[in-house]
Write a protein that binds this ligand. Structure first.
Ligand SMILES: Cc1ncc(COP(=O)(O)O)c(C=O)c1O
Length: 394
C-alpha cells in the first residue's frame, strides 16, 4: 500500500460504531435474538403508507426538494412544535434522521480543537460525531449514581473553570443508553448554566413520546438552545430516515450555516420519506402514545430477567426504550460478556464501554412484540444466572 492511501487520523483513531459491531455479532451468533438495537417493533401508520403508495408516480418525488425540507412538512412541524413542545421561536430544518441533525449541528457550531461536554453514560453516536469532526477535548461529566441525572454542580464548575469555555453541552432527554429523563427544573438549570457561560445546549428529544409512569417530557427554548427530533422510533420509520432540527429563529446566520452543511450531505432528506412523515404526523401524537404505553409490559418482563444481577443493579427506564444494568464488579470488560451472552445464550445487548461506562450493559425493550420479548428475556435471565453463579463458562 502506497503512502497516498493513508487514511485520516480521526477516522483511524475512532472505533467501529458499536451498532455495526453488534449487527455483526447478531449475524455471527446462531439464532440470536436482539435486545440491542434501539428500534420499535411497529411499522408506520397504515393510512400514511397507503397515501405515499399513490405518490411514487409523481415526478416531484424523484427530484431534489428544498434543502430545509418540503414546505408542507415544515409547516406541520412548526405547528407541532408550538402545540406539543411549547417551542414558539424556533425554525425547522428536516434532516435524514436525528443522527444527521446532530452532525449538521456539530459542523455548524464547532471548530476543530473545540471543547464540548457530554454526560456519561452517553449516546455513543453523539460522542463519535464529535470525534470525527475534529473535536479533541470531550469533557465527560458524571450522572447521579442513583437517578443517572446529569450532575449540574459538576457542569457549573466545569463551565466556569474551563478556558476557552466549552462550545457545546449536549444531553439526550429521555436518555439513550439509560432511559433516564431529565426533569424540567434540571433541564432549565443546565440551560441557564450554558447561557451564562456562552455555551450552546443541544437537546436530543428522539424519545419525546416515550415516557412512562405518568412522567411528562418537556422542551425548553432559548437563543443558545437547539432541539433535535426524530420520526424513527415514534412512527416506526427507522429506515425512512427523517428527523428535524428546531433552532432559534433569532440567531442571525444560523439557517445559512445549516443550509451549507445540508447541501453537502443529503441535499435534502428523501422526498417520499418526508411525505410519509407528514402523513404520519397527521395521525396525531395519540397514534404514538397508544403504542408506547404497551412497552411497559416489555420493560417489566426485562426487569425481571435482569434480577439475577441483584438489587440496585438496574437503573433508568422511566423513558425511551432502554434499561441500564451494572454487571458484577469483576466484569469490567463488558464486550467480552456481551460476546459470551450472544454465543452461549443467543441473546444480544449493548455493552456499556462505548457509552463511556464499562462494566454495564444497555437493554432495549422496544424492538420485540411481547411474546418474542418474553422468549428473549428468558435467554437473558438464564445467561445472567449462569454468569453470576459460574462465570463465563464455555
Ligand atoms: C438519542 C438518539 N438520537 C438519535 C438517534 C438516531 O435517530 P435517527 O434514526 O432519527 O437518526 C437515536 C437512535 O437510536 C438515538 O437513540
Amino acid at each position: 500500500m502506497g503512502s497516498f492511501a493513508k487514511l485520516a487520523r480521526r477516522a483511524l483513531e475512532t472505533d467501529m460504531p458499536v451498532m455495526v459491531q453488534i449487527q455483526e455479532l447478531v449475524r455471527g451468533a446462531k439464532n440470536a435474538v436482539s435486545l440491542a438495537q434501539g428500534v420499535v417493533y411497529w411499522q408506520p401508520p397504515k393510512e400514511a403508507l397507503a397515501k405515499i403508495k399513490e405518490l411514487v408516480w409523481e415526478p416531484s418525488i424523484s427530484r431534489y426538494g428544498a434543502d430545509e425540507g418540503i414546505p408542507e412538512l415544515r409547516e406541520a412541524l412548526m405547528k407541532k412544535l408550538r402545540k406539543e413542545n411549547n417551542l414558539v421561536k424556533s425554525s425547522v430544518m428536516v434532516t435524514a434522521g436525528a443522527n444527521q441533525a446532530f452532525v449538521n449541528l456539530v459542523l455548524a457550531l464547532c471548530d476543530v480543537g473545540d471543547c464540548v461536554v457530554m454526560f456519561a453514560p452517553y449516546y455513543f453516536n453523539a460522542y463519535m460525531s464529535f470525534q470525527m469532526t475534529g473535536i479533541t477535548n470531550i469533557l465527560v461529566g458524571p450522572g447521579n449514581p442513583k437517578t443517572l441525572y446529569p450532575d449540574a454542580d459538576w457542569l457549573e464548575k466545569t463551565l466556569s473553570e474551563t478556558k476557552p469555555v466549552p462550545k457545546v453541552v449536549t444531553v439526550v432527554n429521555p436518555g439513550n443508553p439509560t432511559g433516564t429523563y431529565i426533569p424540567e427544573p434540571l433541564l432549565k438549570r443546565i440551560s441557564d448554566l450554558c447561557r451564562q457561560a456562552g455555551s450552546w445546549l443541544i437537546v436530543d428529544n428522539t424519545y419525546e413520546y416515550f415516557m412512562y409512569d405518568g412522567l411528562k417530557h418537556s422542551c425548553i427554548e432559548g437563543d443558545h438552545i437547539v432541539n433535535i427530533f426524530s420520526f424513527s422510533k415514534a412512527y416506526g420509520m427507522m429506515g425512512w430516515r427523517v428527523g428535524y432540527i428546531a433552532y432559534p429563529s433569532g440567531v442571525e446566520g444560523f439557517a445559512t450555516q445549516l443550509l451549507k452543511i445540508q447541501d453537502n450531505i443529503p441535499i435534502c432528506a428523501s422526498i417520499i420519506s418526508q411525505y410519509l412523515a407528514l402523513y404520519s404526523l397527521e395521525m396525531g401524537p395519540e397514534w404514538v402514545t397508544e403504542r408506547v404505553k404497551d412497552l411497559v409490559k416489555n420493560r417489566e418482563i426485562l426487569l425481571e430477567a435482569l434480577s439475577p444481577l441483584g438489587e440496585g443493579a438496574v437503573r433508568g427506564g422511566e423513558g425511551a426504550i432502554y434499561l441500564w444494568a451494572k454487571l458484577p464488579d469483576k466484569y469490567v470488560d463488558d464486550a467480552e460478556v456481551i460476546r459470551w451472552l450472544a454465543a452461549r445464550h443467543g441473546v444480544v445487548v449493548i455493552p456499556g464501554g462505548p457509552c463511556g461506562r464499562p462494566g454495564h450493559m444497555r437493554i432495549s425493550f422496544g424492538g420485540l412484540v411481547e411474546d418474542d420479548c418474553r422468549a428473549a428475556a428468558e435467554r437473558l435471565r438464564r445467561g445472567l444466572e449462569e454468569l453470576v453463579k459460574n462465570g463465563m463458562v464455555a
